[in-house]
Ligand binder design. Sequence first.
Ligand SMILES: [Mg+2]
Ligand SMILES: [Zn+2]
Length: 211
Amino acid sequence: MKAVLLDRDGVINALVYHEDAGVIDSPFKRSQFKLLPRVPEAIRLLNDMGFKTAIVSNQPGIAKGTLKPAMLKAFERKMLAGIHSRGEHIDRIFYCLHHPEAKVRKLRQRCHCRKPEIGLLKLAAAELRVSLAECYMVGDGIPDLLAGSRAGCRTIFIGRWKCEICQFTEAPHVRPVFVAKDLWEAAQFIRSEMTGTGQAAFSPNCLVAQT
Ligand SMILES: [Mg+2]
Ligand SMILES: [Zn+2]
């Protein structure tokens, strides 16, 4: 395996409860963008193992009118600044900005890059010069798992609400190879696969909430 493709919201940064709209979603404001614990350490571990890393993220906020393009860039700077503290790095960042019901006309389309489609993953693999079969796809949503498995990646699910999604992740085309609490645990799992040290310390499947 050569590269790790990472979803952004819920993997790199925390999801946000938007009280006014009553929804849990991506951050809208700069102050809401917060890296999740142990993310820089996880990226460092992946870097140290020689993996290329890329973010592959659906960001329909601009299309829906809830996010300004400049804010997406501001989040990116905050994310990279938080991760790069000790030389850790993410090689590339790819967004799907489309949404089928977008308010912004030029972003209103059924594209091939919005996960669970695999266009974004294909693009990332091509630009990283790896094959999709050499990639892990790490995400906290069913579309991440679907896109990853359709693309032929090894998929890792980040979930703290394991039980709620069990019924969905049991399907063979969705089932991840591993369920991790956070990116750090996912990176350790990847290391265990690389070194062949097994997975005994981890919960291998989505069964019952164990966290
Ligand atoms: Mg996510
Ligand atoms: Zn798209």
